[in-house]
Design a protein around this ligand. Structure first.
Ligand SMILES: Nc1nc2c(ncn2[C@@H]2O[C@H](COP(=O)(O)OP(=O)(O)OP(=O)(O)O)[C@@H](O)[C@H]2O)c(=O)[nH]1
Ligand SMILES: [Zn+2]
Length: 216
């Protein structure tokens, strides 16, 4: 059977290296960082494999697909909920084990400088989606084929996905990943990120109920 270009791209990837690290942000879990060759886009995406520390390994692994946010993940910027979501995922993975895919998709795929340009527009009253359009970019340019490719290489074709984002769930399923369930991330609401979260729920269709869910 002739493979479609997408199927070929998803299966052409291989593991490049596996490196052990102690994760101080995940209760000192002895995790493994995995790098890849032949992914469908050139970003330096990594997988973080975290062993369970408190409960036996689940049959279906918990997976967090996290998009890079330098401002939130590294500096703890309170404009968005990315930092608390990353901490939540790492804490949870340290308890029950699982995998975090760290995707180099800064600014929903538009890059750091462009994201900071949209912050200027947001400070003048535009929401996150509109601000992207105003600088001539898509509202959300992320494509999760790369995440599916990483999961295929790791042999994780059936997962429990930790997300509130329906598009992430939809695309992973489209690329052959079975979601046995979708586990909600907590709603990390603060006065400072309220407008950001409101836009995600209203315009991005994110589930902000705090309850586990299925895509419509
Ligand atoms: N363009 C743009 N990107 C942003 C902004 N704030 C955060 N981001 C990026 O948004 C991405 C995170 O996406 P979110 O929509 O917050 O969450 P998600 O990953 O889609 O959904 P969850 O799985 O539920 O967390 C990261 O790449 C951030 O860099 C913003 O104001 N503008
Ligand atoms: Zn963020």
């Amino acid at each position: 059977m002739t493979k479609t270009p997408l199927a070929t791209a998803l299966t052409a990837a291989t593991v490049r290296a596996r490196v052990s690290v102690t994760l101080t942000r995940a209760n000192n879990a002895q995790a493994e960082l995995v790098t890849f060759e032949g992914l469908p886009d050139p970003g330096e995406h990594i997988a973080v494999l975290v062993p369970p520390q408190e409960i036996p390994h689940a049959e279906t692994p918990l997976v967090r697909v996290h998009s890079e946010c330098m401002t939130g993940d590294i500096f703890g910027s309170a404009r968005c909920d990315c930092g608390p979501q990353l901490d939540e995922a790492l804490t949870r993975l340290a308890v029950e084990g699982g995998v975090l895919l760290y995707l180099r998709q800064e600014g929903r795929g538009i890059g750091l400088y462009n994201k900071l340009d949209t912050y200027v527009l947001q400070d003048r009253g535009k929401d996150t989606f509109e601000a992207n359009r105003l600088i001539g970019r898509g509202e959300d340019e992320r494509n999760y084929a790369v995440a599916a490719a990483m999961l295929h290489v790791l042999g994780l074709n059936r997962i429990r996905l930790l997300t509130n984002n329906p598009e992430k769930a939809r695309q992973l399923q489209e690329h052959g990943i079975t979601l046995s369930s979708i586990v909600a991330t907590e709603v990390h609401l603060t006065a400072e990120n309220a407008r950001y979260l409101e836009a995600k729920a209203k315009l991005g269709g994110h589930n902000l109920t705090g309850a586990d869910w299925r895509p419509a």
